[in-house]
Structures are given as C-alpha cells and as structure tokens.
Ligand binder design. Structure first.
Ligand code: KIV
Length: 279
C-alpha cells in the first residue's frame, strides 16, 4: 500500500505543473527561465507545446493585438478575456496576467479585488504589476492575501506619458542604485520574479547577482535569470518595426502576406476551390 502511494506521488511529481517555487529553484540550479507573451488560445497552445516556462498575458496586448497606440487604454475586462483564452489553449502552463494601467494604482482594495479576478475567474497563476518603491506596500498586501506577484522595474510602459517616451533606465549611477534598491524591496515584499525592462546589461547583472528572486530580462542583457519576449516580435509578425531587444526567429508577416495574396489570386482566377475542397 505504501509502495503504491509512493509510486503515485512519484508519478504526480514527475508531471507536476510549475509553481512559484519552481522559478526560484531554477535560479538556484542555474537553469534559465523562458517567458513569452501570449494573447489567445492558439499562441498559448503553441507556447506550451514549445516548452515555454511562463506565459505572460502582457498588457502589450493593447498594442500587438487590439491596435491601441500604447498600453494605457487596455481595460481589465479585455485583459481577463484574453487570459481566459490563453488558459483554454495552455491548460498546463504557468500563466501570469499583466494588470492594466489604473487597475491597481487607484486604491489598495480595488487592486486586491482586481488581482484576485485573475486567479479566480481567468485561471491565472499570478499577476504582474509595474513599479518600484511606490508599489511596495501594495505588493506586500497582495502577497499576504495569497496572490503571487511578479514585479516589473526599469522601463515602465504604463508611465510612457509621464516619462515622455520609452527610455532605457539605469544609465546613471544614481538611477542604477535606485533600481538595485527597488529590486531588493520587491524581493523583501515577496515578489516571486522581477522583470527588468531595458537596462544596461551591467546593471541587470548586478541586480541578478544580488537578489535571490529570479530576474527576467527584456532588453536587459544576458545575465538575467530568464528572458521574456513579445510573441509577435520574435515571430516577425510586424514587418515595419523591430525593437532592438528582439531577435526574429521567423518572418511570419512575409509568409502571411504571400499566403493571403495567393488566396486572393486563386479565388479571382477560379483556381480555388477545386474538387478536392468540395463536397
Ligand atoms: O506587456 C508586456 O509585453 C510586458 C513585457 C514587455 C514584460 O510587460
């Protein structure tokens, strides 16, 4: 009986889904963490099948999928809707819901209730919020309430209007020290991971070596404990613009243009459908 139970436990742990502890263990073991934004069921499914460790339903959804100019217009309902779709496509993945602008800044109680919706209604495992020192009390409250939270410091896209654009952070010694202090404070408040966006590689190296919590970089060099990229950027789905931090692993925009032109042409020339596609 004990033997059967042990076997069951062993099988269960072999198939175990990732938890917040998995990422700290990966950092401890020197294993890089792969995170990718996903926005719907097909992208979630493909990312899960490829073995991505963390699926982030980023608020970049606003620009990449919904056609807004920046991330600010994204609503809580839009974000939750896409998180649910990713969960349906990726039933076994660790999914982080990225809380949109003004869904957590106005009041602590509103932030807690909104964050809980990601876990209770959208099947997410955690939420992400942007910000440094000013967010620490909220961070601690969320973690105490049982909500796993991912931090995000450096370039903060939700601050684009106050910052006057998208700017690399941590270029001066003073700013680098501020980011270091923010990372330590986030760790102390209970963040399970911290995104470092657009910082000099030397600054993120110092942060990654100082904190025990995993750091996930985007435009923050190779020393972070993991990397995150935007689904459409690495697949080359925007042929006009490529951010400096992104590498294209495919040129889907070119392939899609070509496929759609062929479809238009074949319908017009009466080459499609053929008997093969008819009943
Ligand atoms: O929304 C997003 O895509 C993000 C990543 C850049 C980390 O927050």
């Amino acid at each position: 009986m004990v033997f059967m139970y042990n076997l069951w436990v062993k099988n269960m742990s072999r198939k175990a889904k990732k938890t917040v502890c998995s990422f700290r263990n990966m950092k401890r073991d020197g294993e890089k963490i792969v995170m990718l934004t996903t926005y719907d069921a097909p992208s979630g499914r493909l990312a899960e099948e490829a073995g991505v460790d963390i699926l982030l339903v980023g608020d970049s959804l606003a620009m990449t999928v919904l056609g807004y100019e920046n991330t600010l217009p994204l609503t809580l309902e839009e974000s939750l809707h896409h998180c649910r779709a990713v969960r349906r496509g990726a039933p076994n993945s660790f999914i982080v819901g990225d809380m949109p602008f003004m869904t957590y800044q106005a009041s602590e109680s509103e932030a807690l209730k909104n964050a809980a919706r990601y876990l209770k209604e959208a099947g997410c495992n955690a939420v992400k919020v942007e910000g440094g020192m000013q967010m620490i009390p909220l961070f601690a409250k969320m973690v105490q309430a049982g909500i796993p939270v991912m931090g995000h410091i450096g370039l903060l896209p939700q601050q684009v209007l106050t910052a006057g654009g998208y700017k690399v952070a941590g270029r001066t010694e003073e700013d680098a020290d501020r980011l270091m202090a923010e990372a330590l404070a986030l760790e102390e408040a209970g963040a399970f991971c911290i995104v470092l966006e657009c910082l000099p590689a030397t600054v993120s190296k110092r942060i990654a070596e100082t904190v025990a919590v995993p750091t996930i970089g985007i435009g923050a060099g190779p020393h972070c404990d993991g990397q995150v990229q935007v689904f459409l950027d690495i697949l080359g789905m925007f042929d006009g613009f490529k951010p400096k931090h992104a590498k294209r692993y495919a040129n889907l925009a070119g392939d899609v243009h070509q496929a759609l032109s062929s479809y238009c042409q074949e319908v017009r020339e009466k080459k499609f459908p053929t008997e093969e596609h008819s009943f």
